[in-house]
Design a protein around this ligand. Structure first.
Ligand SMILES: *Cc1c(COP(=O)(O)O)cnc(C)c1O
Length: 229
């Protein structure tokens, strides 16, 4: 696993996708998802130039944060259990998985400062996926307006596991449309300027459709848990 060449290849892929749509590659941030790898491997990614890191569990976040450079930016990308909120908040720069009011209220209660959150939206309507129903997003945005510790910086989704380009593109477009309709409301607590979408298999399409954060695990840092078995 040569992380430097993976990262170079990924940046090239982002650049190409951007040029197809007249976007600036600087507007697309690559998050290395390190949930399946050791802190040593995460450190190699940092040495290769990766700045954004994503973890889906508190333990992984703490372990890696301790060993990585101070300038690393931390994204909590997994289902966030309410009881873990107080421990996660001091260590995460972004929460990508705000998907229910009880979680929003717990963040409000525990936060010392304004927390940058993505609303996770279940665009594909797969039962296995977490996230708000598309039709419930707007009223959720309104309800969060009274919680002054939460800033809705953007929307996040997980596309279905498929190779079908049309299906994937359709999911990403729906998230983009939702973003535009939130932005049009000009709400102070919901600038919604970011879109967290795209993983190893579908990031090119996500970038073409407007992703500003892509979350890449296996094709950047690998999956050490799979390699052993
Ligand atoms: C694991 C994970 C990723 C990365 O997946 P890959 O297919 O390995 O790139 C991205 N987003 C979330 C929410 C994840 O849990």
């Amino acid at each position: 696993m040569n992380i430097q060449s993976n990262f170079n290849r990924l940046q090239e892929g982002v650049k190409e996708a951007c040029s197809r749509k007249n976007r600036k590659p600087e507007d697309v941030n690559i998050i290395a998802v390190t949930k399946y790898v050791s802190a040593d491997t995460a450190l190699k990614a940092a040495e290769a130039g990766v700045v954004h890191f994503g973890e889906n569990r508190l333990e992984g976040l703490l372990e890696k944060k301790e060993q990585l450079p101070e300038n690393a930016v931390w994204h909590f990308i997994g289902t966030l259990q309410t009881r873990k909120v107080k421990d996660v908040l001091p260590h995460a720069d972004y929460i990508h998985s705000l998907d229910r009011m009880s979680l929003a209220e717990e963040i409000q209660k525990r936060a010392d400062s304004v927390i940058s959150c993505f609303l996770q939206v279940n665009v594909s309507k797969e039962e296995s996926k977490h996230g708000l129903d598309v039709n419930d997003v707007m009223s959720f945005v309104d309800k969060v307006g009274k919680l002054d510790k939460i800033k809705i910086v953007g929307l996040m989704t997980m596309a279905p596991y498929t190779e079908d380009e049309k299906t994937l593109r359709d999911v990403f477009r729906q998230l983009k449309q939702l973003q535009v309709s939130i932005q049009q409301r000009g709400l102070h607590h919901a600038p919604c300027s970011e879109l967290s979408m795209g993983m190893s298999n579908d990031y090119r399409i996500a970038v073409e459709e407007g992703a500003t954060f892509i979350r890449i695990g296996s094709s950047l840092v690998g999956n050490e848990k799979e390699e052993v078995s």
